[in-house]
Design a protein around this ligand. Structure first.
Ligand code: SF4
Length: 459
C-alpha cells in the first residue's frame, strides 16, 4: 500500500496541488508523507514520518517551488517505518539525480540489490529503482525503459529527473495508476479520487508496461513492456484498499462493494433485526446486504477515526481495552439479532474482539458476513497481509473460524460472487491471496526488514 501523485503544471503551485492530491490518497499510507519538486531541473524534497497534515504546513509548503512535483504517502511493505525510507526518495547517481515514489513491492529486490553492489541510504526496494535510473547514462526515456525491464513484481511509480515527470506501471498492473488533466496539464495519481479533489478530469489509466513522460518538450508515451498475458490488478483494491469514490479499471469501487453485499445476502441469508458494518471498509457491503434482505441498516458501531493515527503510544491500561480504542457500540444493539458485515478477515483478532464487545453490549446473536472469500496466502505485491501462519483461515474450516471468533454464524462471499461484483474478468485480476495461484514466480526472500543493517553494522 502507498499513494503516489505527480503533476507537470508550469505557472501553478504544483507543491500545493500535490499536497491536496496526497490528502485524497492518505488512506493508502499513514506512516510517512513527502513531496519533491523540480524547478528548472533542480530537485528539492521534503518528507517525514506522519500524516500529510503532520508533515506539511503553510510555511514549508510555500518553500517548494517548481513546474513539476511528485508526492507519496507510505505504508511500508519492504523496509522499516523509518525517516530514511520515507518517499519521495532522492538518489544521486552517475548520470543524474532522481526523485521517486513507489507503490507496490518488487519480488526481485534482493537480486537487484546484489547486482547494484553499492551502499543505499534506505532499506526499501524503491531506492534500487531510483539507482538503476540514476546510474544509466543513456537519455532518460531509455534509462527508465531499461530499468522497467529489470523489475519483477509490483511497481506503480512516479518520478522526477532531468526536468521531466515520469510515471510507469509494471507489466501486470498490480497497483492502479491513472492519468488526468488539470486544464491541459497532466496529472498522475494512484486513484481517481485524487484527480477529483484537485478538479482534474480523468483521461485514462496508465496501461500495464507503459511509460509516460512530461516536461522539457512534448509529452511522450511508450509501451515499453508488452502487458502480461494475464492482467493482475489487485482484487483487494476492490473490496478493501481503494477509496469507495474511486474508479478502478472503469468500475466505481463503492458500487462494486454494494454488489458484493447484495450477493453475500443471496448466498448466505440470515434472519436478523439489524445489519451493521465494521466501518469504514465494511460499510458499502453492509448497505448492499441490507438492501437485498430488507433488514434495516444501522451504524451500530461508531468508529473513533483519529485515535489510531497518532504517534503517542497509549499506556498499557488503554492498550488492554483493545478494539474499544477504535469502536464503540450504540445502545440499540442490545437484545438484537445482528448481522455484522466486514470486508475481510485476516488474523481474526479484531473480529473476535468486536463479536465479544457486541455480546457484552447485550446482542442476542452476532452473525458475521464477510464480503470476500477467506484470505489464505500472503501478498508479495504490496499489501502487508500477514504470514500464512498468522492467517486464521489458512488451515481452518469456516466452522473452525466461526468458533474461534465466537460468532453465532459465519459466512464468506464466494470467489465467483466477488469476481462478478467487480465486473472485471478473472483474467484481469490478481486473486492470489485467496487462491494461492500467483501471477509471477514466488520471491526467494520475503522478510519485510531484510535490508535493515545487522546489529554489528549499526554499531
Ligand atoms: S496477492 Fe492479494 S493482496 Fe496481493 S496483489 Fe494479489 S490480490 Fe492483491
Amino acid at each position: 500500500m502507498c499513494g503516489v501523485f505527480g503533476i507537470h503544471a508550469p505557472g501553478r503551485d504544483v507543491a500545493r496541488l500535490t499536497y491536496f492530491g496526497l490528502h485524497a490518497l492518505q488512506h493508502r499510507g499513514q506512516e510517512s508523507a513527502g513531496i519533491a519538486v523540480s524547478e528548472h531541473g533542480r530537485l528539492t524534497a521534503l518528507r517525514d514520518l506522519g500524516l500529510v497534515t503532520q508533515v506539511f504546513d503553510e510555511k514549508n509548503l510555500s518553500g517548494l517551488h517548481g513546474e513539476l512535483a511528485i508526492g507519496h504517502t507510505r505504508y511500508s511493505t519492504t523496509g522499516s517505518n523509518a525517516w530514511a525510507n520515507a518517499q519521495p526518495l532522492l538518489h544521486h547517481g552517475r548520470a543524474r539525480t532522481v526523485a521517486l515514489g513507489h507503490n507496490g513491492n518488487l519480488i526481485n529486490a534482493g537480486e537487484l540489490r546484489s547486482q547494484l553492489a553499492q551502499r543505499f541510504a534506505s532499506t526499501s526496494d524503491s531506492e534500487m529503482v531510483a539507482a538503476l535510473i540514476a546510474n544509466d547514462e543513456r537519455p532518460l526515456p531509455e534509462a527508465i525503459a531499461a530499468t522497467m525491464e529489470k523489475l519483477e513484481g509490483a511497481a506503480s511509480i512516479v518520478g522526477l529527473a532531468d526536468g521531466r515527470l515520469f510515471a510507469f506501471r509494471d507489466r501486470h498492473g498490480f497497483r492502479p495508476l491513472v492519468l488526468g488533466r488539470l486544464g491541459d496539464d497532466p496529472v498522475v495519481a494512484s486513484e481517481t479520487c485524487a484527480l477529483d479533489l484537485i478538479g482534474a478530469a480523468f483521461e485514462r489509466e496508465i496501461r500495464p508496461g507503459e511509460l509516460f513522460l512530461a516536461g522539457e518538450g512534448a509529452e511522450q508515451v511508450e509501451q515499453v513492456l508488452p502487458p502480461a498475458e494475464r492482467g493482475a490488478l489487485c482484487i483487494f483494491e476492490f473490496f478493501y484498499l481503494a477509496r469507495p469514490d474511486s474508479r478502478l479499471a472503469g468500475v466505481e469501487v463503492h458500487g462494486a462493494r454494494v454488489r458484493m453485499g447484495e450477493r453475500l445476502a443471496e448466498e448466505s441469508p440470515v434472519e436478523a433485526d439489524l445489519v451493521l458494518p465494521i466501518p469504514d471498509s465494511g460499510t458499502p457491503a453492509a448497505i448492499g446486504f441490507s438492501r437485498a434482505t430488507g433488514i434495516p441498516f444501522s451504524e451500530g458501531l461508531i468508529k473513533n477515526r483519529y485515535v489510531h493515527r497518532t504517534f503517542i503510544q497509549p499506556e498499557q491500561s488503554l492498550r488492554d481495552q483493545g478494539v474499544r480504542m477504535k469502536f464503540n457500540p450504540l445502545a440499540e444493539v442490545a437484545g438484537k439479532r445482528l448481522v455484522v458485515v466486514d470486508d475481510s478477515i485476516v488474523r481474526g483478532s479484531t473480529t473476535r474482539q468486536i463479536v465479544q464487545m457486541l455480546f457484552d453490549s447485550g446482542a442476542a446473536e452476532v452473525h458475521v458476513r464477510v464480503s470476500s472469500p477467506p484470505v489464505v496466502s500472503p501478498c508479495f505485491y504490496g499489501i502487508d497481509l500477514a504470514s500464512e501462519d498468522e492467517m486464521i483461515a489458512a488451515h481452518a474450516t469456516v466452522e473452525e473460524v466461526r468458533a474461534a471468533i465466537g460468532a453465532t454464524s459465519l459466512a464468506y462471499l464466494s470467489l465467483e460472487g466477488l469476481q462478478a461484483a467487480t465486473r472485471r474478468p478473472e483474467s484481469a485480476l490478481c486473486r492470489a491471496c485467496l487462491t494461492r495461484d500467483y501471477p509471477t514466480r514466488l520471491p526467494t526472500e520475503t522478510a519485510k526488514l531484510r535490508f535493515e543493517p545487522a546489529p554489528a553494522e549499526t554499531a
